[in-house]
Design a protein around this ligand. Structure first.
Ligand code: HEM
Length: 458
């Protein structure tokens, strides 16, 4: 197994910090010299002069904060990365998410023209600084942000946008579902594994490096120089507004229309009950399962588990449910099983809704990174092919992902197979539940990569 240099890899790639608060700061560099100087300070090991970037090294005790940095293609150019190196980056990263947005479902209300980050109207974003703290136990966000702001001013950097996220108890998110259950385990990464029928993901799916193989036996570093790209990866940073009122109304109305419990409608749309119990494990009843059983399931028998229940028809979990589209597990969808995995590092933003009885007045949603070694093969593939097209497998014709799909303005379809006379139930009025409010693509460089960049204009 590949031995990973944990001191060189940014911590947010390989671990969920389990801290309650995050402050994301979008940075616009004023000059290459100032930006390089700031990058250098963030990794110089002197935590008295500047908060330091958190690595993937294991902790003995929880630190007061965790800090991470992603840099956009515009940021790398401004720092002084040569044209010959820039040309080795994948086109998807160089273009960013606003160049071909409709394919990703970012049209209509989700179009870049309406974004608060990364769109044509907004400021140019060169980097994203993400500060994680635990305000309940060790409040630090105000002190540390003030410190970082002062360092930014000193180094001719503007904080163009600042947005906070806050974890809700037990990892629940807006729409009131438990989240953060299914994350890939990366080969060589430290940490205890919860039981999971899926194999660990190859290192090269999540880290760049000549020695890291991806799921297709290649590696995503291509011709990028190791001193910049080894142990780095990519992150799609997204601000996703959730229409909580629309969601609650939809499950209630559909329940009435099709004589179904609204909670079952909600579970069918996601593929899990709101408490996280997967539908394949408990298709009819909302039972509470221990945490360690929540990710130990599959949709069909495999070589290792030939006697496993076969839900090929989607009677238990609809083929088009959010989690089944986003990770079909061992189902042979478009070729290989267990491919196109992504690491999700998101938190809710905006207050929890008090009553879902009236239309959403305050914006709320999910904010953070979708991390992967190749934005086109992983993040964009999920958005384009699995969420917003209907060709990946049979049983989803005419439908889009019921949670994140860019539904037609007249309403989209969602199909539930039922094993009774009602089979199939077809909802034809699914509204767009999630609206994109901002997005940028970042390289999440290694510590050595950040030192290399800081030396470009020393
Ligand atoms: C506001 C938007 C979103 C909401 C409310 C949402 C909600 C959820 C929930 C409740 C789960 C189940 C918990 C779990 O399995 O850990 C889940 C899983 C997942 N979601 Fe989302 N999600 C959103 C956006 C996205 C996007 C944009 C993507 C990718 C493009 C995505 C990919 C996934 C994946 C890969 C899983 C894990 C599936 C598995 O491994 O079984 N989600 N999401």
């Amino acid at each position: 197994m590949t031995k990973l240099d944990l001191d060189d890899i940014q911590g947010n790639i390989l671990r969920g910090y389990r801290m309650n608060n995050v402050r994301h700061m979008a940075l616009t560099f004023g000059s290459a010299r100032g930006a390089c100087s700031m990058l250098g300070m963030l990794v110089n090991g002197d935590s008295d002069s500047c908060p330091q970037i958190t690595t993937a090294q294991t902790w003995r005790e929880t630190p007061r904060y965790c800090l991470n940095l992603g840099i956009t293609a515009a940021g790398l150019k401004l720092l002084g990365v040569s044209n010959s190196i820039m040309s080795c980056f994948p086109k998807t990263f160089l273009d960013g998410p606003a160049v071909n947005p409709a394919a990703l479902g970012d049209d209509g209300p989700s179009a870049p023209e309406n974004w608060i980050l990364g769109g044509p109207q907004g400021p140019v974003v060169h980097a994203m600084l993400s500060l994680h703290t635990n305000e309940e136990f060790t409040p630090a966000v105000d002190d540390l942000s003030a410190w970082l702001q002062a360092l930014c001013v000193q180094n001719d950097i503007e904080i163009a946008l600042q947005k906070d996220g806050e974890a809700f108890p037990d990892d629940f998110v807006h729409f009131n579902f438990k989240d953060n259950i299914a994350q890939p385990h990366v080969c060589g990464a430290p940490g205890k594994d919860s039981p999971d029928m899926q194999p660990a993901s190859s290192t090269g799916e999540f880290l760049l490096g000549k020695n890291y193989e991806n799921q297709f036996r290649g590696n995503f570093i291509a011709d990028l120089p190791g001193r910049l790209a080894d142990n780095s990866t990519y992150g799609a940073f997204r601000i996703l507004k959730q229409e909580v009122f629309k969601f609650e109304k939809f499950i209630e109305n559909s329940g009435l229309k099709y004589n179904m419990d609204p909670e079952l409608v909600a579970a069918k749309m996601v593929g899990r009950w709101r408490n996280g119990t997967p539908l394949v494990k408990s298709p009819e009843e909302n039972v509470e399962l221990p945490q360690e059983q929540l990710n130990d399931f599959d949709y069909c028998p495999t070589k290792d588990n030939p006697m496993y229940f076969d839900d090929a028809d989607g009677f238990r979990c609809p083929i088009g449910a959010h989690i089944r589209r986003m990770n079909p597990r061992s189902s042979l969808v478009m070729g290989k099983p267990h491919t196109r995995r992504i690491i999700r590092r998101n938190m809710p933003y905006g207050p929890a809704i008090k009553s879902a009885d009236k239309p959403d007045d305050i914006e709320r949603g999910l904010i953070g990174y979708f991390i992967c070694g190749d934005l086109e093969m992983q993040f964009e593939f999920l958005q384009k092919i699995w969420a917003n097209l209907d060709i990946a497998t049979s049983g989803i014709r005419g439908t889009r992902d019921p949670i994140i799909g860019a539904q037609p303005t007249t309403g989209g379809q969602f199909i539930i197979r039922t094993e009774d006379l009602k089979d199939p139930v077809i909802f034809d009025d699914v509204p767009r539940m999630v609206v994109t409010r901002g997005s940028v693509y970042c390289l999440i460089p290694s510590i050595a990569g950040l030192k290399f960049l800081s030396g470009l204009n020393a």
